[in-house]
Design a protein. Structure first.
Length: 250
């Protein structure tokens, strides 16, 4: 099976964003899925969303539910709806000002649940890294290294998009469409919360250094080392996330 390229990874990303919901098809669940994708930079400013009917079909919900979800996103100023032949619902938000909402959401999740979410995330990401070390070519490693350096010097949505791109690129290098799909789903579910921990300079620098170590392990074909680096990295970030949660509680 050939390695997935950037185009294939992007298609897998979009498929996961609009995949049928596992839970009951409530409007707030649909809105949260789309809001998280916008905040992660998976849906970009100016991008046109599917119609209400198409969203309902993709998510497996009623059209009226999709309509209510879009109305919620409009209220939060994440999208705008234009009338006319070239109209539709377009992404206007980027999530730059989403920290307060994310922190409020973080406070509602128990420490046990956060740890469990982090465990699931780390097992998928580390498994993808382990397989990526088996298949990555020198060109793949060079591309990933550029993503890491772009993320290390970026800020705001650009940094968020780079962080997301690194995870998806590693997943794509695993040569497993299922791993890519699951990584994207977890980015949508847990990525926005995990991003809260990536706000302070020392955390950003520490995260970039761990990414550099991962790139080196992939380049050397060290599968076990690649897995260990990601496991340690995610545990470190979750610990920082829990510290933020404790500050909010205080």
């Amino acid at each position: 099976m050939a390695s997935m390229g950037a185009g294939a990874a992007r298609e897998a990303t979009r498929a996961a964003i609009f995949a049928p919901l596992d839970t009951a098809g409530r409007a707030e669940v649909v809105a949260q899925r789309l809001a998280d994708a916008i905040q992660l930079g998976l849906l970009e400013r100016g991008e046109r969303l599917p119609t209400e009917q198409e969203l309902g079909r993709r998510f497996g919900v009623a059209t009226v539910t999709a309509r209510e979800a879009l109305e919620s996103l409009r209220t939060d100023r994440l999208i705008e709806t234009r009338r006319g032949r070239s109209g539709g619902s377009f992404v206007t938000g980027t999530g730059d000002d989403a920290r307060a909402a994310l922190v409020a959401r973080l406070a509602e999740i128990s420490r046990v649940e956060l740890r469990d979410m982090g465990l699931h995330y780390s097992l998928i990401a580390s498994g993808a890294a382990e397989r990526a070390a088996m298949f990555a070519t020198p060109g793949d490693v060079d591309t990933l290294a550029l993503l890491v350096e772009d993320g290390a010097s970026a800020s705001g949505v650009a940094a968020r998009r780079a962080e997301n791109g690194i995870r998806l690129e590693v997943a794509a290098l695993s040569r497993s469409a299922r791993l890519v799909s699951e990584q994207v789903r977890l980015q949508s579910e847990f990525g926005p919360l995990l991003w809260i921990a990536l706000q302070e300079g020392d955390v950003v620098r520490g995260n970039a250094e761990r990414h550099r170590r991962l790139v080196q392990a992939l380049g050397e074909g060290e599968a076990a080392q690649a897995r260990a680096i990601v496991l340690e990295q995610v545990d470190w970030l979750v610990t920082r996330l829990l510290a933020v949660r404790e500050e909010v509680e205080r």
